[in-house]
Design a protein around this ligand. Sequence first.
Ligand code: AMP
Ligand code: MG
Length: 521
Amino acid sequence: MKLHLQNNFISELPADPSEINIPRQVQQAFYSYVLPKKPSNPSLIHASNEVANAIGLSQADILSTDFLNTFSGSTVYPETRPFALCYAGHQFGNWAGQLGDGRAINLTEVVHENRTYTLQLKGSGPTPYSRTADGFAVLRSSIREYLCAEAMHYLGVPTTRSLSLMLSGDQVLRDVLYNGNPAYEKGAIVCRVAPSFIRFGSFELFSSRKDYVNLKLLADFTIKHHFPHIQGEGVGKYLDFFHEVTQTTLNMIVHWQRVGFVHGVMNTDNMSIHGITIDYGPYGWLEDYNSNWTPNTTDRQHKRYRFGNQPEIALWNLYQLANALYPLIQDAKPLETILNTFSTDYEKEYLNMMQNKLGFQIKKEQDAVLILSLTQLLERVETDMTIFFRNLSNVTKKDTATTAFNTIKDAFYNEKDLNETILKDWHDWFENYKIRINEETLSDTERKEQMNRVNPKYVLRNYMAQLCIDDADKGDYSLLNELFEMLKNPYDEQSNFQKWFAKRPDWARDKVGCSMLSCSS
Ligand code: AMP
Ligand code: MG
């Protein structure tokens, strides 16, 4: 197995001089060298061929002992020096100080076809940033991260990728419900891949410590290697950089809202500078459309990270990044100007995305009214988001409001909830929808095709991940393989997977792991 190594991060940025692996504050350094803990009996559960190819590896490499050893953390790949990043962040709206890679270890950067990737193990043991935790990850959360990142990629949502999922062969103690009942679970290690793992919190770290030398070093490094098209020097360069991060973050959130993804822990340490989804913890997928829903039990009370609040929180996080970059810019005005465009740009992008979901190729400003009334209707009774939008593409220009309504009826969790007023409102909505699609020039078939490219048929429903975890715990990975294959083509009909185009079963409604997830992972 041959990796084309590159070491920009560790060769250009200062390391923590200490290599003592105990939790501590690390000053004036970007990372600490640390070795993954040797797993006692590692085994490969799954690997992504596509990601392997992207970083220059073949199918044969995946099956090699080298692959197993390198991506389980058993051995260190020649001429690499693994390291854990130091960063800080705001958690649930509060300043949390230094955080860092508590259970992630970056192996190396690699280059393939002119693209840089950082390879990172998650769950391979303690680092100086582990604070009070153990640095390990359980199979349950590793499967969730591994599968979801790939599913998101195939949905067209910017994200980290997953290279491999391994069992460590060790047991990890977790108190899933935080109720004083800890139990041993299987340990696992995911290798995730991204251009870099630099976060908003990386900038906040140096800024909060008034370490402006390293703040500038970080900004210059990030721009040079990851935003090379940003030319020029001085303040303008940093503003361009901030503007681009704002735009890519906005784009990511619009995608989340499109597919019904709720991240669950949008802390600033979980916000990638690349505008990609990172750190899949207690995330969830909207099943019934409910903007108030959050999967994260830790957030149950305030619901800070609920579906409908994600754009607002992204903006809040961007404010924190702006504050962190301020010392390099020394002028709040241009930063505010950029931040102010977020809300207006978001409105525009959201409208455009929803118009696409509804099959409107001709864009009309008044569509906003129809869209708002739709989302309000979807909230009235439990309505499955994925099924609703997917089936909506079957409505034809000739349909009556009633036949159109019948097309999406499967999306309701309980038809008995549909009282007369609600039925009447749906009827009115479909009358307007009918008028609107009749203004479109595309044929029914063409419109359906377009809609099916933005309204997935298959997403990683919370209960599906849980079923797969239950099997995997018993050593049966067939469902994991099946879901992985299905989620590669989420927009295709794939009639062989039809059984997964279904509403959440009743047993999963309030089940731990399905509708409620804790941060314990
Ligand atoms: P999260 O919000 O889940 O991404 O994690 C917040 C912080 O806690 C990060 O610094 C993580 O590295 C750290 N962390 C989470 N779980 C563990 C663990 N099991 N061991 C060590 N650090 C952890
Ligand atoms: Mg994190």
